[in-house]
Design a protein around this ligand. Structure first.
Ligand code: SF4
Ligand code: SF4
Length: 92
């Protein structure tokens, strides 16, 4: 089962805490700034284990962690401050 994160990059303040705590080096600094002028965190999503450390430490509450299971994608950490709540994705 693979993990995956979604970062609300427009709301990221570029503090880098999520990058620091990720044991898989799955998060990098984006090469382009967001509309607020911050260089946001960007997910690589190559080796995410869905450990949720990044979501827990993010002071902005903008990281969502997903776990891909055989028949569905489960949200294991919700992004508290996302503008639009996401629905759990169901695989067909
Ligand atoms: S959930 Fe864990 S492994 Fe995945 S990006 Fe966040 S800190 Fe890294
Ligand atoms: S911890 Fe949150 S605010 Fe800080 S860089 Fe990561 S996503 Fe952006």
């Amino acid at each position: 089962m693979a993990g995956r994160i979604v970062i609300d990059m427009e709301r990221c303040k570029g503090c880098g805490l999520c990058i620091t705590v990720c044991p898989k080096s799955n998060i990098v600094v984006a090469s382009d700034s967001n509309k607020s002028g911050y260089f946001p965190a960007q997910a690589q999503n190559r080796e995410c284990t869905a450990c949720t450390r990044c979501a827990v430490i993010c002071p902005e509450g903008i990281i969502e962690v997903l776990l891909e299971e055989p028949d569905r994608v489960r949200i294991v950490a919700t992004a508290a401050r996302r503008d639009t709540p996401r629905m759990v994705e169901e695989k067909r």
